[in-house]
Design a protein around this ligand. Structure first.
Ligand code: HEM
Ligand code: NAG
Ligand code: NAG
Length: 331
C-alpha cells in the first residue's frame, strides 16, 4: 500500500470538496441542495414548544438510564446513514432496516416514540420523526457533556426502509478507504468522519461485534496485532459471553472528552475501525490534533453533526410525509 499516494488522494478529495462550488461556473441550475431548505425556525409558529418538549423527555430518559444517550446518538447516525435522515430506521415492518443484522443492537426506539406522543399532543400532524430524532440526538449529546448546536428542521419522513441497505452501515471491520467512501455518499469529508467517530467517547459495544479482533482477526487464529496486549487481556476477560458489553472508550466511558482519541495512541481503540483512524496516515494527523485540542473536538463535533443531519434529507411538498407514528408509515 502506497501511503503517500493515499494521503495525496485524501488531500485532493478534501480540496476538491471544499472548492467544488467555486469551480463550477456558471452554476448549472438555480437549484439548492435539499439541506438548504432546512431552517432552525421551521417549527417556530407551528410548534413553538417542540425543542423544550424534546429536551424535557430526553432529560427524563437519560436520568433514568444514562446509556440511552449514546443509543439515541447512534440511532440518529444509522438513520442518516441509510436513505438520509428520514426516520427510515424507525419503521417496524418485516424486512425493514430495523430487521437487519447491522441494526440488531440499535436501541432507543421507545424514547423516540415517547417524544413523538408528547409532540403529537401539542402539535398534531406537524413534526416529522426524522426531525425529532435529530433534535433528540443533539439533546442526548448535551446531557452527556457534549457541545450544543442549533438544529435545522424541516425533514420529511421516508416511506421506504429495507434491511439490505442497512447492512451497508460500517460494522467495525472495514478499512479506512471504504469508510471514507461510505461517508462521502452522505456528503461528509474525512474530517467529519474522524470527528464523528469521536462519538465513541461514550457508549458501549457488544462483545459479539469485536470477537474476531480478540481471537481470530484475519482467520489465522491470532488476535489483532494492532491492539495493546493488556487491553486485549482485559477485553478477553470481559467478553466471556458474546452478549456482554464493553465500553467503546476504555478509560472515560461516561465523559464526552478526547480520551477516545488518546486511547488510540496507546493501541486501545475498541473497534478495528477506531484504531485504524490513528494508524492510517491520511487520518492519523487529525486524530493527533483532536487528541490534543479538546475545544477543537467539541466545536467541530457540533459542525459535523449538523452536516450528518443534513444528509440526503427529504424536503418539499411531494417528498415523504409527516408520520403519525414513528414505527409505521401513514395509512
Ligand atoms: C466510522 C464508522 C463507524 C463504525 C464502524 C461504527 C461502529 C460501531 C459499533 C460496532 C458499535 C457497537 C455496536 C454493538 O453494540 O455491537 C457502535 C456503537 C456506537 N456508535 Fe458507532 N460506528 C461508526 C460511526 C459512528 C458515528 C458517526 C456515530 C455518531 C455520530 C456513532 C455513534 C455510536 C455510539 C454513540 C455508539 C454506542 C451505542 C450504545 O451505547 O448503545 N458511531 N458503533
Ligand atoms: C415491532 O414489530 C414487532 C413484530 O411485529 C413487534 O413485536 C414489536 O412490538 C414492534 N415494536 C414496536 C415498538 O411497535
Ligand atoms: C478495503 O476494503 C475494500 C472492501 O472490502 C476492498 O475492496 C479494498 O481492496 C480494501 N482496500 C485496502 C486499501 O485494503
Amino acid at each position: 500500500m502506497n501511503w503517500f499516494l493515499l494521503t495525496a488522494v485524501l488531500l485532493n478529495a478534501h480540496l476538491a470538496a471544499s472548492s467544488s462550488l467555486a469551480a463550477k461556473q456558471p452554476p448549472p441550475a438555480r437549484q439548492l441542495p435539499p439541506a438548504a431548505y432546512l431552517k432552525t425556525t421551521y417549527y417556530q409558529k407551528s410548534c413553538p414548544n417542540l425543542e423544550s418538549i424534546i429536551h424535557r423527555r430526553i432529560s427524563y430518559w437519560v436520568k433514568r438510564d444514562y446509556t440511552l444517550a449514546a443509543a439515541i446518538i447512534r440511532l440518529h447516525f444509522h438513520d442518516c446513514a441509510v436513505r438520509g435522515c428520514d426516520a427510515s430506521v424507525l419503521l417496524n415492518h418485516s424486512g425493514s432496516e430495523r430487521a437487519a443484522e447491522a441494526s440488531k443492537t440499535l436501541r432507543g426506539f421507545d424514547v423516540i416514540n415517547d417524544i413523538k406522543r408528547a409532540v403529537e399532543k401539542q402539535c398534531p400532524r406537524t413534526v416529522s420523526c426524522a426531525d425529532i430524532l435529530t433534535a433528540a440526538a443533539r439533546d442526548a449529546t448535551l446531557f452527556v457533556g457534549g457541545p450544543f448546536w442549533e438544529v435545522p428542521f424541516g425533514r420529511k419522513d421516508g416511506r421506504i426502509s429495507g434491511a439490505k441497505e442497512a447492512e451497508a452501515v460500517p460494522q467495525g471491520y472495514e478499512n479506512v478507504t471504504s469508510l471514507l467512501n461510505f461517508f462521502d455518499k452522505l456528503g461528509l469529508t474525512f474530517v467529519d468522519m474522524v470527528v464523528l467517530s469521536g462519538a465513541h467517547t461514550i457508549g458501549r459495544c457488544t462483545c459479539h461485534a469485536i470477537k474476531r479482533r480478540l481471537y481470530n482477526f484475519t482467520g489465522n487464529g491470532k488476535p489483532d496485532p494492532s491492539m495493546n496486549v493488556n487491553y486485549l487481556k482485559l477485553l478477553r476477560d470481559q467478553c466471556k459471553s458474546d452478549r456482554n458489553f464493553v465500553n467503546l472508550d476504555a478509560t472515560t466511558p461516561r465523559v464526552f472528552d478526547v480520551d477516545y482519541y488518546r486511547n488510540l495512541w496507546k493501541k486501545m481503540g475498541l473497534l478495528s475501525t477506531d484504531q485504524q483512524l490513528f494508524s492510517n496516515p491520511g487520518t492519523g494527523g487529525l486524530v493527533d490534533v483532536l487528541a490534543r485540542q479538546p475545544e477543537f473536538f467539541l466545536s467541530q463535533f457540533a459542525v459535523s453533526m449538523v452536516k450528518l443531519g443534513n444528509a440526503n434529507v427529504l424536503v418539499g411538498q411531494n417528498q415523504g410525509e409527516v408520520r403519525l407514528k414513528c414505527d409505521y408509515v401513514n395509512y
